[in-house]
Design a binder for this molecule. Structure first.
Ligand SMILES: [Zn+2]
Length: 158
């Protein structure tokens, strides 16, 4: 049975934080605010996977009141979502996602993000789609107040 899930996340920029996207540290004037490493891309991907297999969202599985989640790498959150697929006897087919940010430029980091995510997702890098777009300077994303990410996951369950 082929199932799909959707994920969306947004984090605001904050000073004195590292910017981590897809598990990759990206040099920028600001990082993202959050309880974990605030990796907005990983969060959207994890939610897409959880949605595909009918699980509750990452806020349920990784509550931001849990001290164990504080500062944790969000690649671990993705890894846990993949484990839940495996526990149901399933496997991922592919992931596709879009980052929405005016800055920084994502292009130079895409391949690094793909290979990090592919390893955690147990997918070929070709099965991990990552696109980046701006918000045409419109709204909160256009004012560079944060970064948003959307993701879909396709899962094969027995
Ligand atoms: Zn998040």
């Amino acid at each position: 049975m082929n199932l799909v899930g959707i994920g969306y996340d947004v984090h605001r920029f904050a000073e004195n934080r590292a910017l981590i996207l897809g598990g990759v540290n990206i040099p920028h004037t600001h990082g993202l605010d959050g309880h974990s490493d605030a990796d907005v891309l990983c969060h959207a991907i994890a939610d897409a996977i959880l949605g595909a297999i009918g699980e509750r969202d990452i806020g349920h599985h990784f509550p931001n009141t849990d001290p164990e989640c504080k500062g944790m790498s969000s690649l671990e959150i993705v890894r846990r979502a993949v484990e839940l697929v495996t526990e149901q006897g399933g496997r991922l087919n592919n992931i596709d996602c879009t980052l929405i940010a005016e800055a920084p430029k994502i292009g130079p980091h895409l391949e690094a993000m793909k290979s990090k995510l592919a390893a955690v997702l147990s997918l070929e890098p070709k099965r991990v789609g990552i696109k980046a777009t701006t918000n045409e300077r419109l709204g909160f994303l256009g004012r560079q107040e944060g970064i948003a990410a959307m993701a879909v996951a396709s899962v094969e369950l027995p």
